[in-house]
Structures are given as C-alpha cells and as structure tokens.
Design a protein around this ligand. Structure first.
Ligand SMILES: [Zn+2]
Length: 228
C-alpha cells in the first residue's frame, strides 16, 4: 500500500464518518438504475421512509431476538465464506450476500484485508470499536431476510413508470439497501454508516477501485442540485 495515497484515502474516510444517513441514502438511490424515473421532489421522502423502515425493523428485532446468533439459529441460516481470487482491479466486489431464505456468504479475503488495515491504522479503529466487520456484514444481510419474511415497506414499494406505451412496475432495490444500512446502524448504535466498509475493505486489496468508490461518495455531494 503506498503511504501517500493511503493518507488521503484515510482523510476521505474520516470525512465520510461525519455524513448523515440522508447523504448515504442519496448515494445509494443514485446507484439505482431506476433513479431517474423517480420525480426529483419525491426522492428525499423515499429515502426517509426506507431509513425509518430499517430503524423500526431493528427496534422490533431487539424485542424479538436476543442477538444475531440467536436469529441465525432460529431461522437456521448458515454462514459460508469465500475467497477473492483475482488480484486485478475490477468494478464489482461482493463483500457479502444472502441467498434467501437461509444462506449467507462472506468474503473472507476482504474482511481479513480490512481488519489488518484497521489494526495498523489507529484512526480507523472506530470502525470495529462497536462490533466486528463480520457482524455488520451479517446483520446487513439479515435485514434482507427480515424484510422478505415480514413483507416490509422496502419490499412492497413499487415504482410505476412508462416505457413507450407500456406501464411498468418495479421494486426499487436501493430502498432495501438504504434500510439495511439504517437497520445495522440502529442495532449497534454505530457512529458511522456501514457503507464505510466499502472503501475500508476494498482499498487494501484494490487501491484504484477503493479510491474510485470514495470519489463516488463525494461526487454525490458536489453534483446535488439545491432543488433536490
Ligand atoms: Zn444488501
């Protein structure tokens, strides 16, 4: 890892630590291929509803279950690990994923690389101070299990739009991602958005793409129009 590059990357990560959930919500909505079909004046409201949905799910979860391990056991969800084999920069990494109803997959290579970087860099210690990277990733995936089982807002909300003469209905998957981050943040009282794991876990194995991820966060800040 180049020392100078890593320094500016750390500064950017620390800058993102102070951003609010709406900021990350806008970032995630922007990644949605249907974003441009949503009227600009409705976007902030959708983000808020998704954030509220994730937080409420966390509060219910805390009442219904003792912990994540207990939920895993009751739902008989298995955790699997896989390795990142390619060392070449690429545009998509999977940190974790769930195959519903009961299989969670975690990227062992990225978790190990991220943990090593955090251990070596005092200013990144905050990332693992409240709970482990693994727990954050598992809890995120479990939100997808919960939203499906309980038919929460994020699975029910459909966007209706036209393509030529056809009327289409589609789910906004970014709302699920926004809610999942709010769920994890509420569950562990995290002082940062779990989305910070993207640059923290990817930069050590792929500095060019890790840097690009950080730029995408800040591009959102700059490109935001005052009317949105
Ligand atoms: Zn997700």
């Amino acid at each position: 890892m180049k020392k100078m590059a890593a320094e500016s990357v750390i500064q950017q990560i620390l800058g993102l630590k102070g951003k609010d959930p709406q900021f990350f919500g806008r970032y995630l909505l922007k990644q949605d291929f249907l974003e441009h079909k949503i009227p600009a004046n409705e976007r902030a409201g959708l983000i808020k509803k998704a954030l509220d949905c994730g937080r409420a799910a966390a509060q219910t979860f805390q009442v219904d279950y003792q912990s994540i391990p207990q939920y895993l056991e009751e739902q008989q969800i298995a955790i699997h690990y896989f390795e990142e084999v390619s060392a070449v920069t690429k545009k998509d990494y999977t940190l974790a994923r769930i195959t519903l109803p009961d299989q969670v997959f975690l990227n062992r290579s990225l978790i190990d690389a991220g943990e090593a970087w955090i251990k070596a860099e005092t200013r990144l210690h905050f990332v693992t101070e409240q709970t482990s990277i693994e727990t954050i990733l598992i809890a995120h995936e479990l939100y997808h299990s919960i939203e499906t089982c309980k038919k929460l807002y994020t699975t029910q909300k459909h966007l209706t739009y036209r393509v030529g003469p056809f009327k289409k209905h589609a789910r906004l998957h970014s709302l699920s991602e926004i809610a999942a981050t709010a769920f994890v943040q509420e569950l562990y009282g995290l002082v940062f958005s779990p989305l910070l794991l993207n640059p923290v876990l990817i930069y050590p194995v792929d500095p060019p793409f890790g840097t690009e991820i950080l730029q995408q966060f800040f591009a959102e800040d700059v490109s935001r129009k005052p009317m949105d």
